[in-house]
Design a protein around this ligand. Structure first.
Ligand SMILES: *[C@@H]1O[C@H](CO)[C@@H](O)[C@H](O)[C@H]1NC(C)=O
Ligand SMILES: *[C@@H]1O[C@H](CO)[C@@H](O)[C@H](O)[C@H]1NC(C)=O
Ligand SMILES: *[C@@H]1O[C@H](CO)[C@@H](O)[C@H](O)[C@H]1NC(C)=O
Ligand SMILES: *[C@@H]1O[C@H](CO)[C@@H](O)[C@H](O)[C@H]1NC(C)=O
Length: 446
């Protein structure tokens, strides 16, 4: 039995890892030990530069991961590239790129930098960002990607103020993500969009080949957020792919008006659906409010539809990959079924007892019951795996991360939410770049 499991893992490995020398059992000298499918590793990349330089540096550093991911990513290889080769598919691509360049030139430049740094074609990255908008507007059916998505869970009371987020992604994505810790100083030719390019300091998880911001992250203004995909059946052509809008969130102040403005994206709007869960770091514990926003396209108007719900002290929230408030047609695919299953497990676990602590959060987000759609999915054979769990602690001001089931594994990494890495130890005056110290955000606030 053990051998049987072992060999399945090896077969799995071979699709994701190419080892120059295959393991040869009768000759231990020619070593290539089997590598676990799920590695216990989270690369963190620290970088300062213009949008292009930051993108380039990420691309150059993670080029191998990006290339490996692109060639393994089935929707791109089996559908999107073929559609891009059709005249109508190309037109849909160009319409969307034109709008994105008009509203968010700095982030298109950042993605171009990433493509150049990784030495991959830009259109492959933009196609992955465009996602379902291409097949759905070609009226072609696209394959159900399986229960991809995420779970965001908020606990808000005076002792625990937590935003926990699992990333559930297609198996190709296992190990193919990284944390970007960036200070962006926009170049002179990187402005002109809807939001003036500004200095940005953020830390965010990024899927290989995608912009940071479409997962979870936080910035030096104290905005902390996580994103869940909403799978709408009618994404709109000519509008903004959602990861450019959530990339813009990484630049946003911790200001509700500004955040809603970014999401609403007046003048054009999102092409597809998503959900943002967020809160602000630098407010007193007793007045902390968490928010969840649902964002969908709006066919009859040039903006996104945004619904905002708030969760004050004493109120928790769980959001998965389906709409709870807005009405917009959604795909009835595995992601929807899996959302219903995860929500139902949550309700069952909290029926007689509210979740109030970090332990409760870990117990819920690490739950593996409910085959085939558990909250934490780590079966070797599952099409979709939970590849990461991150918990933002607003009182302890930390971001703690697991790559494996958090009930049986210790976390791998804890980052401060306070951007100490960008603070100049010898003060501002002699700084040669524009990195400025961040004020006294460490003051106890309760
Ligand atoms: C494995 O190693 C043995 C001993 O060196 C050798 O005879 C055999 O050809 C090797 N097998 C492969 C598949 O390389
Ligand atoms: C797809 O279907 C819609 C609605 O029926 C139609 O308006 C549109 O022209 C079609 N697009 C293509 C590329 O066939
Ligand atoms: C939030 O931003 C809006 C729009 O930019 C501005 O009018 C408002 O004063 C800001 N609020 C706070 C509390 O800074
Ligand atoms: C949306 O914008 C497009 C392009 O600028 C314009 O043609 C159209 O009239 C606008 N629609 C609405 C409802 O404002």
């Amino acid at each position: 039995m053990e051998f049987y499991i072992f060999s399945i893992l090896l077969i799995f490995n071979s699709t994701f890892y190419t080892c120059s020398q295959k393991r040869n059992k009768s000759d231990p000298g020619t070593c290539c030990p089997p590598v676990a499918r799920r590695q216990n590793s989270i690369p963190v990349h620290y970088v300062t530069g213009t949008h292009y330089e930051v993108g380039y540096s990420v691309g150059r550093t993670f080029g191998t991961i990006i290339k490996q991911f692109i060639s393994a990513y089935e929707p791109l290889q089996s559908e999107l590239l073929k559609m891009f080769a059709l005249p109508e598919g190309r037109k849909i691509y160009e319409e969307s790129l034109k709008s994105t360049e008009q509203y968010f030139p700095q982030y298109v430049i950042e993605l171009k930098g990433m493509a150049d740094g990784a030495d991959v074609p830009f259109h492959e990255l933009f196609l992955m960002a465009l996602d379902d908008t291409l097949p759905k507007n070609l009226n072609t059916s696209s394959k159900d990607k399986g229960p991809v998505g995420c779970t965001s869970f908020i606990i808000n009371n005076l002792n625990a103020q937590l935003l926990g987020h699992t990333e559930d992604a297609m198996s190709e994505t296992v190990n193919n993500y990284y944390i970007i810790s960036a200070h962006v100083v926009p170049g002179e030719d990187e402005s002109g969009g809807l939001f003036a390019a500004r200095d940005e300091k953020f830390e965010a998880l990024a899927y290989a080949g995608h912009l940071p911001g479409y997962a979870s992250g936080h910035n030096h203004h104290g905005l902390v957020f996580s994103i869940n995909t909403i799978f709408v059946s009618k994404p709109l052509r000519g509008k903004i792919p959602r990861e450019f809008i959530t990339r813009a969130l990484l630049a946003s102040k911790a200001n509700l008006t500004e955040i809603v403005d970014v999401l609403t994206n007046k003048g054009i709007g999102t092409a597809d659906g998503f959900n943002v869960n967020f809160a602000f770091l630098d407010v007193p514990v007793k007045s902390r409010v968490f928010y969840t926003a649902e964002v969908t396209p709006k066919a009859e108007d040039n903006r996104s539809e945004v619904y905002l719900a708030d969760f004050g002290i004493g109120r928790n929230s769980l959001h998965t990959n389906r709409l709870l408030h807005l009405k917009y047609p959604e795909l009835n695919e595995a992601a929807y079924g899996s959302s219903v299953s995860r929500e139902s497990r949550y309700r069952q676990m909290t029926k007689n007892r509210d979740a109030t602590s970090l332990e409760d959060m870990i117990e819920i987000l690490g739950n593996k019951e409910d085959d085939p759609w558990p909250i934490f999915s780590d079966k070797a054979t599952a099409r979709v795996s939970t590849i990461h769990l991150g918990i933002f602690d607003f009182i302890g001001k930390t971001w703690t991360m697991w790559t494996n089931d958090p009930i049986n594994n210790a976390p791998l990494l804890q980052l401060p939410l306070t951007f100490r890495n960008f603070v100049n130890p010898i003060g501002n005056k002699v700084a040669t770049n524009k990195v400025d110290a961040i004020g006294t955000i460490d003051e106890p606030d309760n």
